[in-house]
Write a protein that binds this ligand. Structure first.
Ligand code: MG
Length: 455
């Protein structure tokens, strides 16, 4: 494991609460990423100078909050012994003014496009990390429908691309809330993504028996007559007799790499008796449930025009099911704009505020920056209707949305790119502060002590 100069935990329980591992983005290995505990990927340049980078604080503190959210019993035990308070007061090397607003970012079409960094993205994140005239650090999370990799791997990619410290716990992917279903279903089919990656994601979430379309094609190549597994796919797919296996649920984790084969298998299972291959239900009411990580019909790539995505596969499955059975299939989609994804984000942000400020209330305003009106803007606007926070939707022109057209779901603000979005949100907050009477200022912007690695 390549851990930087940050002090490793000395006593397992107490320090687990306050320290995140720092892995340099140029040295972190896959094995490092799968180790337990809060982790932050730091840019290679920061790891070489030996100092804790100033941008660490946001990534690290959210990493710790997410760890507490996942392991509440550890936090409670420490609070009982008063460890939490001691550390907050002793570890006061860094004082900061922390605003009660946060940013949420979609990734594709906002920070990256076709795998390349959108030029303004680096400066936007640098500003949030404290390079602004007030010297304040503004927390941010990433809410992406993209998937097919673990949150840890996406974090490593993003840290390398944007040259900024990022924690996997700042990531909420479309499939992240699916982890909560690992206890409910035993044998599941996981569809989409490259190679074995989605099987790894699902197993990492705790799913006990994960089947892929490759396993089924290896069992009987005639399941998909036009699909031939590559040598690698054949080697990685698991040998098994599926004639007596019931598949209890279908999860589409990431975009299908082969719609024809995946659709063939999904439809057979949906129409089967209890998810068993080779059977056909007489009622078409016995098949397993199907869950999609998101519902984006199109997405933006390096190509000039948008491309079809997971939502389009969902439409195709629904149409073919209706054509074959005369019935309508129930599907569940996660990701933006689904409430489940925004709820999860809110839980992470609340825990973060509780850890740092001992205040479990949600942030006052969440500026949510996205490029897709149908998922980002719709999701943010709908969530705003019943959220305690003000979810303020900002549409950028660097992705799916075509500038000059009328978006189907209206953002509260449209800007050219992510840098303009950040500047707009911060200026709006600044104006709010200026309008707030002196007594109110204390509640609008408070001074807090941010915990920090002693380095
Ligand atoms: Mg997008």
């Amino acid at each position: 494991m390549h851990v930087t100069s940050s002090a490793p935990p000395q006593s397992a329980e107490g320090n687990l609460l306050h320290y995140a591992r720092q892995l340099p983005s140029d040295k972190a290995t896959k094995e490092d990423l799968f180790a337990d505990g809060p982790t932050v990927i730091i840019p290679a340049s920061d790891s070489h100078n030996g100092d804790s980078p100033s941008s660490m604080t946001i990534a690290e503190s959210i990493a710790l909050a997410r760890d507490h959210l996942d392991h509440p019993f550890v936090l409670n035990a420490a609070e009982e012994f008063g460890e939490d308070d001691d550390d907050a007061s002793d570890d006061s090397q860094l004082s900061n003014v922390v605003p009660d607003y946060v940013f949420g970012f979609d990734i594709d079409g906002v920070l990256l496009r076709g795998g390349n960094v959108i030029p303004e993205a680096r400066e936007a994140l640098r500003i949030l990390n404290g390079e602004n005239e007030d010297g304040i650090k503004v927390p941010y999370i990433f809410l992406t429908n993209g998937g097919g990799k673990t949150e840890n791997e996406r974090c490593l990619d993003l840290s390398r691309q944007l040259d900024v410290a990022v924690s996997p716990d700042q990531f909420i992917c479309g499939h992240t809330p699916m982890s909560e279903m690992a206890v409910q279903y035993s044998t599941v089919l996981v569809v989409g993504g490259e190679g074995e990656k989605c099987r790894v994601v699902a197993e990492n979430y705790g799913f006990r028996d994960v089947v892929t379309p490759g396993d089924l094609i290896k069992w009987k190549p005639s399941v998909c007559p036009f699909r031939k597994l590559t040598d690698d796919e054949y080697k990685n797919s698991r040998e098994r007799d599926f004639s007596d296996v019931n598949i209890e649920a279908i999860f589409v984790f990431a975009d299908s790499r082969d719609w024809a084969a995946d659709a063939q298998i999904i439809l057979e299972l949906l129409m089967s008796e209890n998810g068993r291959m080779g059977t056909v239900s007489s009622t078409f009411q016995e098949g397993p449930p199907i869950f999609f990580a998101h519902n984006d019909v199109v997405w933006s790539t390096a190509y000039d025009l948008t491309r079809y995505g997971m939502g389009a596969l969902r439409i195709m499955i629904e149409a073919l099911y209706k054509e074959s059975t005369g019935k309508t299939i129930d599907v569940t989609s996660y990701g933006k704009p689904s409430k489940a994804t925004f709820d999860y984000a809110t839980r992470v942000l609340r825990q973060w505020r509780k850890d740092l400020f001992d205040d479990a209330s949600p942030p006052r305003t969440v500026y949510f920056v996205g490029d897709t009106p149908e998922s980002d803007i719709r999701g943010s606007n709908e969530y705003d209707e019943h959220s305690e926070s003000d979810w303020y939707s900002i549409l950028v022109e660097t992705g799916v949305y075509e500038p000059g057209t009328e978006p189907r779901y209206k953002p509260r603000k449209t800007v050219k790119n992510v840098l303009e979005a950040v500047k707009f949100g911060m200026e709006r907050e600044r104006q709010k502060r200026l309008r707030t009477p002196p007594d109110g200022c204390a509640s609008c912007v408070s001074t807090y002590i941010l915990r920090r690695n002693p380095g």
